[in-house]
Design a protein around this ligand. Structure first.
Ligand code: ADP
Ligand code: MG
Ligand code: MG
Length: 868
């Protein structure tokens, strides 16, 4: 039988899959000689075995847990069941990937009505009953689903009626409170087990089951964590942060998780236990003040935290407890951080020599880059308004939205397409679904490590916590601030970088391309093999693409040059022309429009390559459809409406996406493509005369047969040569290539390569044509496909490697047989997707092309594809 339980001495940090992150790190720290209370870990495999068949617990696990407890008793010299030398334990969940606040933990396990009295004699009444009360509350919540808050209500009632704090209760009063807690159990038709072993068994099973609770599932879906991993259970002897003024508990990051500065960042509470800090019950003190309150513990902490950071070579998120002046480390993990901090810490660690440049590149995910280039408030507009309240800047960013007070309302509003800001006293794990959909999260209580803060930073959502000026009344749906009263639906703007809240909407701008980002991307460019180009055609997009570091333009569509009131009229005139004269008139107009467009486009990209795709959409997209429009077109063209209508009818197609479009149009109406290349070369020649080096790359869409390409290419070449002559210009190099977007084109790629100067895979159409999925209609069923696990991903967003990917690979191999060094690129949505990029790297593509805002992330992804 495989081993079901490991003591902290036996595990190591490499065993995360089996021991969970928390267990593996507790073992690693034990190994490093850090002060970690003794304990053992029940493996994730036990969890999955138990969830598959509950009898596993009785039949196999129980006996092992008993043995492990006996072992722990002899290790600690204490007893878990007798009334002397009392051993209490915590039962702590811990999955492979840390899921903060998602799973459940129970402290002070092992106390019962008798042992609490003996424990009180060993320590003191107040402390012992504080522990017992907390045990009942956590046990009731985790094991029986009796909400924590219901216990708090009882506590507050009794404090009120006795007119004193629980810390001042005498023994009889404590006992009375405990009785009221037990009554709450009875009301729920359950009982608190008095036998410590029974408590441990029930708690372990409950932690196992918590793997499948709703909020854990939502969190996993959000972070793409598989559902089959299970959680480990850590059983650890208790140390007590609530045993007086020389005790306490805290959470510290070794660097600032918001901005990344190399400076401790954290909080602690004196005389407190467990989640008190995170739950935002009392406002904690900053870690620096520990230096004056408990200097010895502070110095130990500094020493240990440094050791941990050096050992793990990353920023650590450390949980500690101090019992009567002695420090214990209860958890460490690589800390969650904002995008900004991710970048800064990776660069700093590289500068400190702890990690290499390559490791730094691998430390930052492409999604992080996406967040870094997202908008912030326009500072000029900000100076014109005053903040109505300010809290802690818990997670940076800028957001505007309508106030909602509950997770359900957040979901309701966003389902209607509204942007929301979730405003609460504090958040708890139950709120996760609402937090996911919110633009920003604001809490009136809690610190920088509160639940809201940690979760928001993980998601990259803007967040302000501890905004104490706000009085949030969740049931009345109001928030009071000075003399303002805001209600549900009111618009506010939240600045997570400063902690400020504003009334109404404030415009945002995109931040400057900052230096650290440039640094990382420069490193990335150095080790990348794939080049990154952009899909762009408007002047603004072209400029953005170049600013973001595109090495060229992989796809400049020309459709837009045919739209706009004046132009579409000429295009319509052309399509509906009665005679040659009318055709020429329309073409001349279009030529002069497009010449100017190409001139500006080519000038913007300068000497960088630009692939220009000739006209692609079906003819009917240019024609009017409703009667009024047809009438006014007829007027403009000086025709009878009925005649125009008839002509339009004739041009109707049953299936336009498979119809008269792309090169097919080029072949039936060569004048359009000829006009386009003429416009391109007129402007290219003009720019060449102005001193630029330009090499236009002309791309013919929707080729499925070599003869199509041959035909189009020959008349294009003729036109281009004639244009050079007209300008009395020595021809400069240019290329004519094709888009590969039909399965047949992939299969005959070797033949196409004979006459094509380059290939670019149009993955959108290729996916559409390979699956036979209309990309405009896939939305109607793709979610069901995902839910039923028929497909894991939308193939228009992530390349389908085994189908569409195989076709691309086949085509690349065939093309390279014909022309070894032909330039081959990818344009289309998946060109910017990191997972797909890794595949393109493998099959020997030269460049990917994506929309301008995806360029920085793609530059990183192409480097990571090499390093992986
Ligand atoms: P989470 O995964 O939600 O962080 P933990 O298992 O880390 O849950 O437990 C939460 C807190 O409970 C810890 O940060 C620590 O303060 C407290 N705790 C857990 N185990 C012990 C223990 N053995 N002794 C004292 N406190 C403990
Ligand atoms: Mg917890
Ligand atoms: Mg923890």
């Amino acid at each position: 039988m495989e081993k079901l339980i490991y003591t902290f001495d036996e595990g190591r940090s490499g065993n995360k899959e089996l021991l969970g992150g928390k267990g593996a790190n507790l073992a690693e720290m034990t190994h490093l000689g850090l002060p970690v209370p003794e304990g053992f870990t029940i493996t994730t495999e036990c969890c999955m075995n138990f969830l598959a068949d509950a009898s596993f617990f009785e039949k196999q696990l129980k006996a092992e847990v008993l043995k492990a407890i006996q072992n722990l008793e002899s290790e600690t010299g204490k007893s878990f069941t007798s009334t002397e030398n009392i051993l209490l334990v915590s039962v702590r969940s811990g999955a492979v990937f840390s899921m903060p606040g998602m799973m459940d933990t129970i402290l002070n396990l092992g106390l019962n009505d008798h042992r609490v009295q003996d424990f009180a004699k060993l320590t003191n009444v107040n402390f012992a009953y504080d522990c017992y009360r907390r045990l009942l509350q956590m046990f009731g919540d985790v094991v029986y689903g009796i909400h924590k808050e219901q216990f708090n209500v009882l506590l507050h009632q009794m404090e009120k009626s006795l007119n004193k704090k629980v810390t001042d209760f005498n023994e009889a009063e404590h006992v009375e409170l405990i009785e009221s807690y037990k009554n709450l159990f009875s009301k729920n038709k359950v009982a608190f087990p008095q036998d410590p072993m029974e408590q441990l068994f029930e708690a372990t099973k409950a932690v196992f089951k918590s793997w499948n609770n709703q909020r854990a599932k939502v969190y996993r879906d959000l972070h793409h964590i598989p559902h089959h991993l299970g959680t480990a259970v850590n059983v650890q002897s208790m140390v007590f942060g609530n045993s007086g003024e020389e005790s306490g508990t805290g959470v510290v990051f070794t660097r600032n998780p918001s901005v990344g500065d190399n400076k401790l960042f954290g909080e602690f509470l004196i005389n407190a236990q467990g989640e008190d800090v995170v739950a935002g019950i009392r406002t904690p003190e900053p870690i620096e003040s520990l230096q004056t309150i408990l200097p010895e513990a502070y110095n130990d902490f500094i020493k240990h935290s440094h050791k941990l950071e050096q050992h793990y070579k990353d920023m650590q998120d450390i949980e500690f407890t101090i019992e009567n002046g002695k420090l214990y480390i209860l958890q460490t993990r690589n800390g969650k951080r904002t995008a900004k901090a991710t970048l800064k810490i990776a660069l700093d660690l590289a500068a400190e020599g702890l990690i290499s440049k390559e490791e730094a590149i691998m430390r930052v995910s492409p999604e992080v880059i996406d967040q870094l280039i997202h908008p912030v408030f326009d500072t000029e507009k900000l100076t014109a308004v005053d903040a109505f309240a300010t809290g802690l800047p818990a997670s940076p960013g800028a957001a505007t939205g309508s106030i909602v007070f509950t997770a359900d309302k957040a979901k309701e509003y966003t389902a209607l397409g509204k942007k929301v800001i979730l405003v609460r006293q504090e958040t708890s794990p139950e709120d996760i679904e609402g937090m996911v959909v919110s633009e920003a999260i604001v809490t009136s209580r809690g610190g920088m490590t509160s639940h809201a803060a940690v979760v928001a930073r993980g998601m990259g959502t803007c967040c302000v916590t501890g905004c104490e000026a706000l009085t949030v009344n969740e049931s009345a749906k109001t928030v009071l601030c000075g003399n303002h009263t805001l209600t549900e639906g009111d618009m506010i703007s939240v600045d997570g970088s400063t902690g400020s809240l504003y009334l109404g909407e404030i415009p945002t701008i995109v931040p400057e391309n900052d230096q650290s980002l440039q640094q990382l991307l420069t490193w990335a460019d150095e080790c990348a093999e794939l080049k990154v180009r952009a899909n762009a055609e408007t002047l603004q997009d072209l400029q953005t693409a170049i600013d973001f570091g595109a090495t060229g333009i992989g796809l400049a569509r020309t459709e837009h040059m045919f739209f706009g009131e004046e132009r579409v009229l000429e295009m319509r005139r052309l399509i509906l022309a009665k005679d040659e004269e009318e055709v020429q008139a329309a073409l001349n107009k279009l030529l002069s429009f497009q010449q100017e467009d190409f001139y500006q486009m080519l000038k913007t990209v300068q000497d960088k390559p630009m692939v220009i795709r000739l006209l692609d959409p079906p003819m009917h997209e240019f024609l009017p459809h409703d009667a009024n429009e047809i009438k006014s077109l007829a007027d403009q063209l000086n025709r009878y409406p009925s005649a125009v209508e008839k002509q339009i009818e004739k041009l109707q197609e049953t299936n336009p996406m498979l119809g008269h479009r792309g090169c097919r149009l080029g072949i039936t109406e060569p004048l359009i493509y000829q006009m386009q290349v003429k416009a391109i070369f007129n402007s290219a020649i003009q720019l060449a005369k102005e001193g630029l080096t330009i090499c236009p790359e002309i791309m013919v869409p929707l080729i499925s047969e070599k003869a199509e390409l041959d035909y189009v290419k020959s008349f294009l070449t003729e036109t281009i040569e004639a244009t050079f002559k007209e300008h009395q210009m020595e021809p400069f190099p240019y290329e004519i290539g094709t888009m590969i977007e039909l399965p047949r084109a992939c299969i005959i790629a070797d033949q196409l390569a004979e006459n094509a100067d380059f290939f670019s895979f149009g993955t959108n159409d290729l996916t559409q044509m390979t699956f036979g999925f209309s990309r405009d209609d896939i939305g109607k069923f793709i979610n069901t496909y995902k839910e039923k696990q028929i497909m894991q991903q939308d193939p228009f967003q992530v390349l389908d490697q085994s189908g569409v990917g195989e076709l691309i690979k086949l085509a690349v191999d065939k093309a390279r047989q014909t022309k070894e060094n032909m330039m081959i690129g990818i344009c289309g949505e998946v060109g910017g997707n990191p997972e797909s990029i890794a595949f393109f790297q493998q099959i020997g593509i030269d460049y990917v092309s994506c929309s301008p805002y995806r360029i920085p992330a793609a530059r990183l992804a192409v480097a990571q594809a090499v390093l992986k």
